[in-house]
Design a protein around this ligand. Sequence first.
Ligand SMILES: Cc1ncc(COP(=O)(O)O)c(C=O)c1O
Length: 377
Amino acid sequence: MSGREDPEGDGTRVVRAGLPAPVGGQPFLPGPMFAAPYHLGEGERYYARYQNPTLEAFETALSTLEGGPVVVFPSGMAAISALLLTALRPGDRVVVPSDGYFGTRVFAHQELARFDIGVEELSTVDLDEVAGAGGLEGVALLLIESPSNPCLDVCDIAAVASAAHDSGCLVAVDNTAATPLGQRPLELGADFSVAADTKALSGHSDLLMGHVAARDTERASRILAWRTRSGAVPGPFEVWLAHRSLGTLDLRLDRQAANARALAETLVDHPAVTGLRYPGLRTDPSHDQFSAQMRRPLGLLSFELADAATVERFLAASRIAVAATSFGGLHTTVDRRAQWGGDHVSEGFVRVSCGCEDTVDLVADFVAAADSLVSPP
Ligand SMILES: Cc1ncc(COP(=O)(O)O)c(C=O)c1O
C-alpha cells in the first residue's frame, strides 16, 4: 500500500468533504433541498434538472477525493451508461471487462451495438499484455475494472492507461470496489473514474447512486450536459444520505478490510473452502500489483464451496452472513454469483462482502458455518 501522501488523512478528508464553511445556527451538512422549479428572481436557480445545491455539495465532496470534476447519477449503471454514450460515436470500438460487473457487458452488448459501436471483451489479467503489445490500436475507449468484481483480479492501471493513450484510446476505470479512498484512477492516468456509490461509498445498503469523475473539465461538462438533457438526475434525499454516509467511509473501510483479512487468513486452508481470493494475502495472484497500486486493502473476498446446495447449508449455519447481492454495506453479505447467470464462475462460488461486525464474532461464525460442512452435527 502506498503511504500517506495527502496533507490530511482519509478520515479527516471524508468527514469534511463538501461541507460549507461554518455558519452560526446552521447544520454541518445542510439538509436536502427539495425543489423541481425554484422561484424565479435574483438567484441563478430555476429548475432542479439543471441546479440543485444538495447535488453540488456531494459532487464537491467527491471531486476532492477523486482529484477531478464529478457528476453524480441516480445509480452506478446510469453513470456508466452516461460515460459510454458520451465518449463513443457510431462506428467506434469499445473494450469492456469480460470478468467485471456483468451489467456493464449487458448494457454494452444490448444498447451500444444498436448504434453501430463494436463491443469487445478483455479479461483484467490480460490487459497489461494486450495494451503493451499495441492491442488497443483503433479502440476508442477501454473500460477497466480493477479490482474486478467478483474475482478480484488486478491490472497495472498506470501502465495500461499509458499504452492505451499511445494507441489513441481513452481509459475509464470502474472504481466501485476500491472507492476513491482505495484508488484514484485519475492520478493513475485514467481519463475517467466511474463508480456505483450504491456499494461501499454510501455503504448502508439503502440507496442507489453513481458518479463519473473526469480528468478535464471539458469532458465533465459533456457528461453534465448529458445528465441535464437525458434527465438522469438523482433525487436530493438519496444524495444527501450518501453525503451523510461518506463521513464514515474511512472507518467502515478499515473495519471491513480487517474483517476480510481475518476471514481470508482463517478460511484459506479450511477443508470446505477452495480457490479463496483475497489480494491482501501474499499467496494471492493479485497481491503484488494490488499492494503497489492500491492505497488500502479491500473488504471483499471470494471462495468456492462444493456446489449451490453447500452454499445454502453454509448460509443456514451462519448467524451473521446475509444472503444478498451487492456489496460494501455495513452487514456481511454472501452472494452466490452463479445464480445471476452473468459471471464465469462455478455454482459454489461466493463473493463475501465483509461488514462492520466485530472481527472476532465474524470469524467465529464463518468458521463454525464452514466446519458444519465437513462435519455435519
Ligand atoms: C463494479 C460495479 N459497477 C457498477 C455497478 C452498477 O451499479 P448500480 O447497481 O448502482 O447501477 C455494480 C453493481 O453491482 C458493480 O458491482
